[in-house]
Design a protein around this ligand. Structure first.
Ligand code: M6R
Length: 599
């Protein structure tokens, strides 16, 4: 996904911009570029591919200047090439912009500009912003930006420089943007990690805000030109937390961080056998919950449905955010909409949130990234406290989401005055230890991965609470190893997919003990009878599955409600090791971005 960094101050401009771009690499990109405002005008450099290619282009040049903007592009309009890479400039080369988001009325604006005599050179929607600003140029930089923005429909995170101006203008609608405050220097970025090398003092811009940033000062206005007071946040995440800590990949580091992440999410939320959540919502009138999310977060939502219905006795519906937003959803009195998102920036989830809000629903967010757009737009929230998740494949966010949904289910039960299930609470407190035990299987899971590294398809099967874990296991494998994998409820096999079973279609069963255990054994028999190879995730002391499965992964026993968390660990490790053995950089799998901020 595209990334933005801007800098104004005394440091070496190109190295600050390059460092910022490198911090944004994990988001995924296909080209990069920068513009430096130097005494001779706007010097712009672009390159397709890695940031190293951009570095090569600027090496050996004298890049004097005290302000500049830079961008990593992930193509949406127009192929990845140098013309389409950002920054984009107006025809006179006086205005340069970098843009994240999508300009929806781009064709209309392009026609309008062409009729006015402007020459558009790229295939992007972004370039028109530079021309519009130039068109409205009247000597007042911020006024011409504001006028241009009035015409734009769609989403933007923008950083803009103008020849001869000692300031950068940033503007946001629907695409994250922050200001980093330094001493005699200022930063603009689409992501806090791009500026953490230099400052931890951050301002989050809201939609329809415009910031005028100079080296010693900043001001933020809304698009009506009214001054807005902004809170300065002190960021606690260190760069060290963000980096790999000796693990080969971020994904592996994040898988191994799960015990710690669970300790952090539980901290202060269980006291003397009671659940403490400070939710600013009236739960007495609660009649129904609708959960919306995407990808892995949608899988945790499916588990949340089981937990909330069983423990709290509240009916729950789960929807893909991308479907919910367009299906004219019915919101009734007593409905609570829960949005789940690791990044807090997923465009579909954000749009679903806004749709639900517009229809009168109260919104509860379950989000990891503090200060993200979703976290700021919800009525109340539960932060995951899982720490930064950099690997594109979501791992620790998933298990922590499930833990927080369980906490919420217990909390709602407590609010109803029903007795709390003490054994679940005890199990929650020992969960980090159980996760450590499951992580101890990493080496034997790698051996198993060696056996399946060349397979073309795998079926993931589970039932009940562990059906969404099968979906999540299949998603993990396909997104990082490029092996086709599908998750199914095990009993659905006989209604069609069983036709696929032969010696080349292994089936991975989640077969830990719960109320569907005996049924799963019969489903395994059905596969075995058709020559299918079985991999099974079982409890350490399991006796029955051993005779049926060719390969076994053992996990510790936990109470039924927590099995999805423990069973997710071998799913993640298996996918990781298969991808690593196939030589794939699973932190940045092809065609994927960490945070999907476009529709
Ligand atoms: O940040 P979010 O939780 O809103 O992201 C949702 C999905 O884009 C995300 O879970 C995606 O499916 C991951 N690649 C899964 O590993």
């Amino acid at each position: 996904m595209c990334g933005i960094i801007g800098y104004i101050g005394p440091r070496d401009i190109s190295s600050v911009l390059l460092t910022g771009l490198k911090r944004l690499e994990y988001r995924g990109y296909d080209s990069a570029g920068m513009t430096i405002n130097n005494p001779d005008g706007l010097a712009t450099f672009k390159a397709v591919g890695k940031i190293m290619e951009l570095e090569k282009k600027i090496s050996g040049r004298d890049l004097a200047g005290n302000l500049g903007i830079a961008h990593t592009r992930w193509a949406t309009h127009g192929e990845p090439n140098e013309i389409n890479a950002h920054p984009h400039l107006d025809a006179k080369g006086e205005v340069a912009i970098v843009h994240n988001g999508i300009i929806e009325n781009y064709y209309a604006l392009k026609d309008f500009l062409i009729k006015e005599g402007f020459k558009i050179v790229s295939d992007t929607d972004s370039e028109i912003v530079a021309h519009l600003i130039q068109k409205f140029h009247n000597g007042d930089f911020s006024e011409s930006v504001a006028k241009a923005l009035e015409l734009i429909e769609g989403t933007f995170g923008l950083a803009i420089v103008q020849k001869g101006e000692n300031k950068i203008i940033a503007a946001r609608r629907g695409s994250p943007l922050v200001l980093g405050l330094g001493e005699g220097e200022m930063f603009i970025a689409s992501d806090v990690s791009a500026v953490l090398d230099y400052t931890k003092r951050i301002i989050y811009l809201n939609d329809d805000e415009l910031a005028i940033v100079e080296k010693d000062s900043y001001s933020v206005k809304n698009l009506k030109g009214e001054e807005v007071n902004k809170k300065v946040h002190e960021i606690k995440w260190t760069l060290d937390q963000i980096e790999k800590k000796g693990f080969k990949h971020f994904m592996l580091k994040e898988i191994f961080e799960q015990p710690e992440a669970i300790i952090n999410t539980l901290r202060g939320r269980i006291k003397e056998g009671k659940i403490k959540l400070s939710l600013d919502l009236n739960m007495n009138s609660l009649k129904r919950i609708i959960i919306v999310a995407c990808g892995t977060s949608w899988h945790s939502a499916l588990i949340g449905k089981h937990l909330l219905e069983k423990i709290a006795g509240v009916p729950v519906e789960v929807d893909y955010a991308s479907e919910f937003r367009y299906r004219d959803p019915l919101i009734r009195e007593g409905d609570l909409v829960i949005v789940i998102s690791q990044s807090g920036e997923t465009a579909d989830t954000l749009a679903a949130l806004r749709e639900a809000k517009a229809r009168g629903a109260k919104i509860l967010g379950i989000v990891n990234v503090v200060g993200s757009t979703i976290s700021r737009e919800v009525d109340s929230g539960i932060y995951l406290h899982a720490g930064p998740e950099i690997g594109v494949a979501s791992t620790k966010a998933f298990t922590v989401q499930v833990v927080d949904l369980l906490l919420l289910a217990l909390f709602l039960r407590q609010e109803k005055g029903l007795d709390l299930q003490k054994d679940i609470i005890r199990n929650l407190e020992t969960l980090p230890e159980k996760i450590r035990e499951a992580l101890g299987q990493s080496d034997s899971i790698r051996e198993l991965a060696e056996k399946f590294v060349n397979c073309k398809n795998i079926l993931y099967l589970g039932r009940g609470l562990n059906f969404p874990v099968a979906l999540e296991g299949a998603l993990k494998l396909k997104e990082i190893s490029y092996i086709h994998a599908e998750g199914y409820p095990a009993a659905e096999m006989k209604h069609g997919p069983i036709a696929l079973i032969d010696k080349d279609m292994p089936a991975l069963f989640i077969a830990t003990r719960d109320n569907t255990y005996e049924k799963i054994l019969s489903n395994m028999e059905e596969i075995k009878a058709r020559g299918g190879e079985i991999i099974a995730v079982v409890n350490e002391d399991d006796k029955k599955v051993i005779g049926l499965a060719g390969s076994i992964i053992k996990v510790p026993s936990v109470s039924c409600e927590l099995t999805p968390v423990v069973n997710a660990i071998p799913m993640q490790l298996f996918a990781y090791h298969v991808a690593d053995l196939r030589g794939i950089d699973m932190d940045k799998p092809r065609n994927l971005a960490k945070s999907v901020t476009v529709e």
